[in-house]
Write a protein that binds this ligand. Structure first.
Ligand SMILES: Nc1nc2c(ncn2[C@@H]2O[C@H](COP(=O)(O)OP(=O)(O)OP(=O)(O)O)[C@@H](O)[C@H]2O)c(=O)[nH]1
Ligand SMILES: [Mg+2]
Length: 263
């Protein structure tokens, strides 16, 4: 069923006024436009390659952001939600694939997202994903300190924010913010949910800034191509009640296949 969903999506939502997508926090309309355009740009993401090791990676030129986080933090789901492509980051959900380094190009092979942390010249920084219910585990603190020591940026996502109500979620955000400050690792941080699409624009805007995405690049911009997260769109069975319990073993053996672009 996952395969048939993508096709009809854009037509279904085209009429909705896009400005209603969670812009409350944005103060400047220029920022909002940039965020929306950056999100549109991210949706041009294409699978580049899976590399089993460092010396087989794509060329180390341009700009790269790595998505890092503990197993089950929601990395693959976040990449899929961000790029609006259900299967883009499916590879690492399969056992034995988690060690692969997956590269995605974002409209340009010199602007990349990597589903794995590798340190090389083009790496600008990390999007560090933590389950909002278990933030700042040992691994996370190691990552933050490592990035800090390398002068890389970190943008923290508190993922699965849909698991908490609004109040507790923003309380968790404030608490982690305070702890980061206390550790003198005062990186940017936001709430994020691949399930209800909270925080997509904010993340797109950060990634755009870090990967040198400019409005010049945003040609043929079309607001109607950006879907809203309406309830009937959400593929809720992709989200398990108990994430620890399952792996996507039913995934077809099509990981190496470049997914069809929905653009
Ligand atoms: N409720 C909810 N569940 C989520 C969300 N994001 C991911 N999940 C679930 O959490 C589990 C792990 O998600 P993945 O995206 O595979 O996590 P990952 O970080 O890529 O995991 P590894 O590849 O094993 O390191 C899956 O069962 C997802 O369905 C979210 O925003 N909300
Ligand atoms: Mg994964």
């Amino acid at each position: 069923m996952h395969h048939s969903r993508g096709k009809s999506k854009n037509s279904k939502i085209a009429a909705a006024p896009k400005q209603k997508i969670s812009y409350e926090k944005k103060v400047d309309s220029a920022v909002t436009e940039y965020a929306v355009r950056a999100l549109n740009w991210l949706r041009k993401a294409e699978f580049l390659m899976s590399a089993p090791k460092l010396n087989l990676c794509v060329e180390d030129t341009g700009y790269e952001i790595a998505f890092a986080g503990r197993s089950n933090a929601g990395k693959s789901s976040a990449i899929n939600a961000l790029t609006n492509q259900k299967q883009l980051a499916r590879a690492s959900k399969r056992p034995g694939r988690t060690q692969m380094i997956n590269f995605f190009s974002l409209g340009n092979p010199d602007q990349r997202l990597v589903d794995f942390l590798i340190q090389r010249k083009s790496l600008q920084g990390l999007v560090l994903l933590m389950d909002i219910r278990h933030p700042l585990q040992h691994f996370d603190v190691m990552m933050l300190e490592w990035a800090y020591s390398r002068k890389l940026f970190v943008h923290v996502l508190l993922t699965k924010s849909d698991k908490l109500n609004r109040g507790p979620a923003s309380k968790a955000l404030q608490e982690v913010k305070a702890q980061l400050k206390k550790m003198k690792l005062d990186f940017s941080i936001q709430l994020f949910s691949s399930l209800n699409k909270q925080g997509l624009e904010e993340l797109a805007s950060v990634m755009g800034g870090r990967l040198n995405f400019t409005l010049d690049q945003a040609q043929h911009f079309d607001l109607s191509s950006i879907p809203d997260a309406t309830a009937d769109e959400l593929d809720t069975d992709e989200f398990d009640e108990d994430p620890e319990a399952s792996m996507d073993l039913d995934a077809e053996d099509d990981v190496e296949t470049k997914p069809q672009s929905e653009a």
